[in-house]
Design a protein around this ligand. Structure first.
Ligand code: ATP
Ligand code: MG
Length: 579
């Protein structure tokens, strides 16, 4: 082994998974002078947290090894694709903190794919087949039985060229014929049993309109796109492992590197085409419990109105995570923590929450808020008394500075911080008991005002010797609670989010149930609370820790200064571990 390039962030430990090891070897041996990767989403839905793993891997490698990374829309399946998704995907990649070298579409290469297919036909490596989809299945054989040759397999090159050109001219209806690679119907790998590489589909395409009545299949288009873009390491998830021989077959038999005439139209159109032979490497998908991640299921949740939209803060979509308040750095941390391997594993939802907590703890200021308010009145201060108290914005980082918090004799405290009949070990406020009001001093509860069974107010005296800054401030009491000044606090809508599903594996389809039956009825609760004035003034998407309550983020769409709406991004502790 020889020298390795310095990592992008010299303070972070160098990542050394098997893919990065391969890349280091390829650079050291001179196989490649530079690396090039790509992130290739199909624009048929919004990106989710699984895609974040792939984005962090591809773009992370670009940063660490000084390579270029393309964003390529794998838009070969026009029926399910939409420009709305294209825009959202671009926004999500940038939000995660990455920028692509070039934006490409597989559809940019349709002409090259077509010419390449003509070359395969001319070389006797592809043929037009008239079997129906059902017949193709019959002929394909099974895992234990070889397939049978299509009766159309031995058509002459001339006939194949004529038929394929007429497919392209739009002469035949959908499904009438396919173009198939001529490989081996007896192969142990079913992907190599003369796979279709073109199908007829008279469907408008989001990028090319009605220009094409035929569309290339994924396995044929993907590898050639990689080759055209000079992708050195084509990183994909494990389910493509069995497709790798076909990937290599297409790359080798089309051989763009030695046939530049095939991509001349692209060059003429101004594209740079650093054609090279790419290598596919597979890694394991990210799976997380208590959620679903397939685009099909996410789409169903949205379409059936089970969530409020693609950016519902309970969804694992990047738009949902963003709206909930998850910082992009937390997803990058998750990707690092989960790492890259060939081992499929299921990550506990608490690992994601831990990454969010850790990131937000160091990145976000503290504020005071009360989300289930109970009135506390200090009776030994004159009514109309008002003070401004100085609070530090972060307990561990003075750079966050300080702020002024208004204080007056009428406060809101959390209802759960007072108990008339406390259980053993309850250290907060009880009748006749004392508690510290954060940043103020020690109060004693003298009187409880009730309306029927409901406590509506607790009346307290403040021990003047325990005010912050005085020698008596050190006097010990067991509990400290937070508060906001009733006269100054601003009413806020607070959305308390929790896991969308109440079981770890909502994908299990047992006893006729589907993931829809496992939705967590407590996954969102909307309450009205009170927040200190400085929190109400924050811009949308600003996150804070409401002390003792959790990390919250001003809603991206509904929050406005003066009309605050906060989403609970994550609680301060893992409340599911106990349950
Ligand atoms: P889904 O199965 O959720 O519909 P997909 O694989 O069809 O997703 P693509 O748009 O084709 O979605 O994916 C783009 C890239 O993201 C691919 O390289 C794919 O392998 C990768 N990817 C998708 N899901 C995951 C995941 N859970 N973990 C890691 N990478 C993923
Ligand atoms: Mg896919």
């Amino acid at each position: 082994m020889t020298a390795t390039p310095a990592p992008a962030d010299a303070t972070a430990p160098e990542k050394n998974d098997f893919i990065r090891q391969i890349i280091r070897e390829d650079l050291a041996s001179g196989k490649h002078a530079a690396v090039r990767t790509r992130f290739p989403p199909e624009p048929n839905g919004y990106l989710h947290i699984g895609h974040a793993k792939s984005i962090c891997l591809n773009f992370g490698i670009g940063q660490e090894f000084g390579g270029l990374v393309n964003l390529r829309f794998d838009d070969t399946n026009p029926a399910k694709e939409d420009p709305e998704y294209v825009e959202a995907i671009k926004e999500d990649v940038r939000w995660l903190g990455f920028e692509w070298a070039e934006l490409r579409h597989a559809s940019d290469y349709f002409e090259v794919f077509y010419r390449s297919a003509l070359k395969l036909v001319e070389d006797g490596k592809a043929y037009v087949c008239d079997l129906t989809a059902e017949q193709v299945r019959e002929y394909r054989g099974t895992l234990t039985e070889p397939g049978r040759n299509s009766p159309f397999r031995d058509r002459s090159v001339e006939e194949n060229l004529d038929l394929f050109r007429r497919m392209r001219a739009g002469e035949f209806p959908d499904g009438a014929r396919t173009l198939r690679a001529k490989i081996d119907m007896a192969s142990g790998n079913i992907n190599l049993r003369d796979p279709a590489i073109y199908r007829i589909k008279h469907v408008e395409h989001q990028n090319t309109g009605n220009a094409w009545p035929i569309y290339p299949m994924y396995d044929y288009a993907h590898c050639l796109s990689d080759a055209l873009e000079g992708i050195t390491h084509s990183l994909c998830t494990l389910e493509f492992e069995d497709h790798r021989p076909l990937y290599d077959w297409c790359v080798d038999h089309v051989d763009l590197v030695r046939n530049p005439q095939l991509y001349q139209p692209l060059v003429d159109a101004g594209f740079s085409v650093p054609a090279a032979k790419p290598r596919q490497i597979e890694f394991s998908r990210l799976n997380i419990n208590y959620t679903v991640m397939s685009k099909r299921k996410l789409l169903a949740l949205v379409d059936e109105g089970l969530v409020s939209g693609w950016d519902d803060p309970r969804l694992p979509t990047l738009q949902g995570l963003r709206r909930r308040g998850c910082p992009p750095a937390a997803l990058r941390l998750l990707a690092d923590r989960v790492g890259i391997s060939k081992q499929n594993s299921l990550i506990d939802f608490s690992v994601l929450e831990g990454c969010i907590r850790e990131t937000m703890d160091s990145a976000n200021a503290r504020r005071l808020a009360v989300i289930d308010p109970l009135k506390l009145v200090i009776t030994n201060l004159p009514a109309g008394h008002a003070e401004s108290l100085t609070f530090s914005n972060h307990p561990k980082n003075a750079e966050f500075g300080e702020r002024e918090v208004p204080f007056s004799p009428e406060l809101w405290i959390e209802r759960e911080d007072f108990m008339e009949v406390p259980p053993k070990g309850f250290h907060r406020l009880v009748p006749g008991g004392e508690v510290r009001l954060r940043g103020v001093g020690i109060v004693k509860c003298d009187e409880v005002v009730k309306d029927g069974e409901t406590v509506v107010e607790v009346r307290c005296t403040l021990d003047p010797d325990t005010r912050a800054g005085l020698p008596g401030a050190d006097r010990k009491v067991k509990g400290t609670i937070h508060w906001v000044s009733a006269a100054h606090a601003i009413e806020a809508e607070v959305r308390l989010y929790d896991r969308l599903f109440s079981v770890p594996d909502p994908d299990k389809d047992e006893a006729g149930k589907t993931y829809r039956d496992y939705l967590n009825p407590e996954s969102v609760r909307v309450v009205r609370g009170y927040i200190e004035p400085s929190a109400a003034a924050l811009a949308p998407e600003t996150s804070v820790q409401f002390e003792r309550l959790g990390f919250f983020t001003a809603d991206r769409r509904d929050h406005a200064p003066g009309k605050p709406v906060f989403n609970r991004t994550v609680t301060l502790r893992d409340t599911w571990a106990k349950a």
